[in-house]
Design a protein around this ligand. Structure first.
Ligand code: CP
Length: 299
């Protein structure tokens, strides 16, 4: 049985297959097509960290495919009485749930996969390590506007704490676009040390000739001290605003996985500009999650 925990598990052909399958669910007017292929399948959403986009888009995707979707409410579950996540999963498996979408701050998904035979796991976000469905929908969004093999892509912000960044890079290593990283050294130190991607600390230099700019949220919940971060300095040096965006190519698209700290990583006018594809990412997320459910429920 296969599970989806990371885009490192997928080949280039498999990624392209996901992109094509997801595109199939978007009609000519941009609406998502329903296709009730799995009336007998049960899918559970277990989100041990907050979520809006991922959780709800998986719910809509499962419903569009005719699945029964169970929204596992942590606060009213027996986890609150001390039951372990492993026992919880064992019990859900006995209720014939076929697939579990799991978001957790720790890497528990791998132990659960090893311990459970009858349920497929799809990561809805694993700590700062991986967010494969987001990676796929981000690559899908780039492909709608740009050539995956011949674009300049800049990723700006809190790289060290971003699972979105990790999964996007895992997927994009299959393509030939040029990726540049940018952000305050306090938030990029680990990535600079471990990655062989080009890092440019100066956003004004980094933005030159870019076709795609992806801004990342500062993940305050993933580090305890302030890391010497100063809001005004971040805004001056790293916020994507109209003045900065002028440096990039005219048709440069602006992405952000959300949730957006409005007025921090990106100015409101850029968020609302024609360059912004941030809400397209959200819409594409439903189609991509339908493609993921089809693949992993069809085994
Ligand atoms: N991009 C993303 O994972 O958003 P949510 O946390 O709202 O799911």
């Amino acid at each position: 049985m296969r599970h989806l925990t990371s885009l490192k598990e997928l080949s280039k052909d498999e990624i392209l297959e996901f992109l094509d399958l997801a595109d199939n669910f978007i009609d000519s007017e941009g609406f998502i097509r329903r296709d009730p292929l799995f009336p007998d399948k049960k899918v559970v959403n277990i989100f041990c960290e907050p979520s809006t986009r991922t959780k709800i888009s998986f719910e809509i995707a499962a419903s569009n495919l005719g699945c029964q979707i169970i929204d596992f409410d942590l606060s009213s579950s027996s986890l609150e009485k001390g039951e372990s996540l492993k026992d919880t999963i064992d019990n859900l498996a006995k209720m014939n749930i076929n697939l579990c979408i799991l978001r957790h701050k720790d890497s528990v998904i791998h132990e659960l996969i090893d311990q459970t035979d009858s349920m497929v796991f799809v990561s809805g976000g694993e700590g700062a390590i991986s967010h494969p469905s987001q990676g796929l929908l981000d690559i899908m969004t780039v492909r709608h506007r740009k050539d995956l093999d011949n674009s300049n892509i800049l990723i700006v912000g809190d790289l060290d704490h971003s699972r979105v960044f990790q999964s996007f890079i895992d997927g994009m290593t299959n393509f030939n676009s040029k990726i540049t990283l940018c952000g305050p050294k306090e938030l990029c130190k680990d990535v600079i040390e471990s990655s062989n991607l080009n890092y440019e600390a100066d956003l004004n230099k980094a933005l030159k000739n870019q076709d795609v700019v992806m801004a990342l949220r500062i993940q305050h919940e993933r580090f305890e001290d302030k890391k010497g971060l100063d809001k005004e300095s971040y805004l001056t040096n790293y916020q994507i605003n109209n003045e900065k965006l002028e440096i990039a190519n005219d048709d440069c698209i602006v992405m952000h996985p959300g949730p957006v700290n409005q007025g921090i990583e990106i100015s409101e006018d850029v968020y609302n500009s024609a360059n912004s594809v941030i809400l397209d990412q959200v819409a594409n997320g439903v189609a991509m999650r339908m493609a993921i459910l089809i693949k992993y429920l069809s085994q």
